[in-house]
Design a protein around this ligand. Structure first.
Ligand code: AMP
Length: 284
C-alpha cells in the first residue's frame, strides 16, 4: 500500500507537481467535494490506471452553491474519506482552505456562453460558473496530465471539456460511467440526506430513465411522449417535484424532438428538499 501525503497549501501542491513533472512522471487528478462513495472511487481507479501519480482534491466549493442551497449542510467525513483514499492507492490528498482558493479581492471567473443555458444551469444560475472557475484553478494548482470526471454530472463533464478546448489547457479530460447502487439509484453524496421513504422515491429517477429506454425500444421516438411517461411515473411519488426531464443532443444539450440518433435523457428532481440528478443515453 502506498503512503498518502496530505497537502493543504497551493504552493506546496504546485511544487509537488512541478517536481513530479520534472522527474518525467505523469499526474492524474480527480476533483471531489468529499463524502466519498463508490462513484468517486471508480474515478480514482481510472486515474490510477492512467498516470504515475494520482491526486484527489476534497474541496466543497462555495462558488458553485446558490444562496438557498446546501453549502452549510453539505455532508462531510474527512476521516473516512482519507481511509478510502489510502485504500485506493491515492498519492496526494489535496485539501485546500477556502480562504486560500478565494482570497479577499478575488474577481476572475470562468464562464461559458451556451452550455450552461440548459438543464441544471437554468435552476442553478451560478453553478457552472463556480464549477468551471474552481476546476480551472485546481488545474493550475495540480497541473495534471489527465483529469477524470463522472458522467453522472453529464453537463459538468461537457462544460469542462469545452473549457479545456476553448482555453487550450493541456489536460486530457476523461469521462467515467455512472456508478449505481444495486437497485439502480445513482450514487451521490446527497443520497445521505434521504429518509428511508425518500430513498424509495429517489429510485424513480432511474425507473423513469429505464422506462424511457423501454418505450424507445418499442418504437416510440417522439421525445414528448417519452417525457410524458417519465413525468407521470415520477409524479406518482408524493414527495417529488420535477425540475426538468429533457431529451437532448449529448453535445449541444439542445432539445431533440425525434430520437434518430443517441440522445441524452437527463432528469433533475427534488425528493423532499434533496435535489437529485440522473441521466442515460437513449440509443434508438
Ligand atoms: P462531487 O464530489 O459530487 O462533486 O463529484 C466529484 C466527481 O465524482 C464528479 O466528477 C462527479 O461526476 C463524480 N461522481 C459523482 N457521483 C458519481 C457516480 N455515481 N458515478 C460516477 N461518478 C460520479
Amino acid at each position: 500500500m502506498r503512503d498518502i501525503e496530505i497537502i493543504n497549501t497551493i504552493k506546496e501542491m504546485q511544487r509537488y507537481s512541478d517536481l513530479a513533472r520534472r522527474d518525467g512522471k505523469t499526474v492524474a487528478f480527480v476533483p471531489t467535494m468529499g463524502f466519498l462513495h463508490e462513484g468517486h472511487l471508480s474515478l480514482m481507479k481510472k486515474g490510477r490506471e492512467l498516470a504515475d501519480i494520482l491526486v484527489v482534491s476534497i474541496f466543497v466549493n462555495p462558488a458553485q452553491f446558490g444562496p438557498n442551497e446546501d453549502l452549510a449542510s453539505y455532508p462531510k467525513n474527512i476521516e473516512r474519506d482519507l481511509e478510502l483514499l489510502i485504500q485506493e492507492g491515492v498519492d496526494i490528498a489535496f485539501i485546500p482552505d477556502g480562504k486560500e482558493i478565494y482570497p479577499k479581492g478575488f474577481q476572475t471567473y470562468a464562464e461559458l456562453k451556451n452550455l450552461p443555458n440548459h438543464l441544471c444551469g437554468l435552476s442553478r444560475p451560478v453553478f457552472f460558473r463556480g464549477v468551471a472557475t474552481v476546476v480551472a484553478k485546481l488545474f493550475n494548482i495540480v497541473k495534471p496530465h489527465f483529469a477524470v470526471f463522472g458522467q453522472k454530472d453529464f453537463q459538468q463533464l461537457l462544460i469542462i471539456k469545452q473549457m479545456v478546448k476553448d482555453l487550450n489547457l493541456d489536460i486530457e479530460i476523461i469521462g467515467a460511467p455512472i456508478v449505481r447502487e444495486k437497485d439502480g439509484l445513482a450514487m451521490s453524496s446527497r443520497n445521505s440526506y434521504l429518509s428511508p421513504e425518500q430513498r424509495i422515491h429517489a429510485l424513480f429517477l432511474y425507473k423513469a430513465l429505464k422506462k424511457a429506454g423501454e418505450i424507445l425500444k418499442n418504437g416510440v421516438r417522439d421525445s414528448s411522449k417519452i417525457i410524458e411517461e417519465a413525468t407521470a411515473l415520477i409524479k406518482s411519488c408524493s414527495d417529488t417535484s420535477i425540475d426538468y426531464i429533457k431529451i437532448c443532443d449529448p453535445e449541444t444539450l439542445e432539445d431533440i424532438k425525434m430520437i434518430e440518433k443517441p440522445a441524452l435523457m437527463a432528469i433533475a428532481v427534488k425528493v423532499g428538499a434533496t435535489r437529485l440528478i440522473d441521466n442515460m443515453i437513449l440509443n434508438p
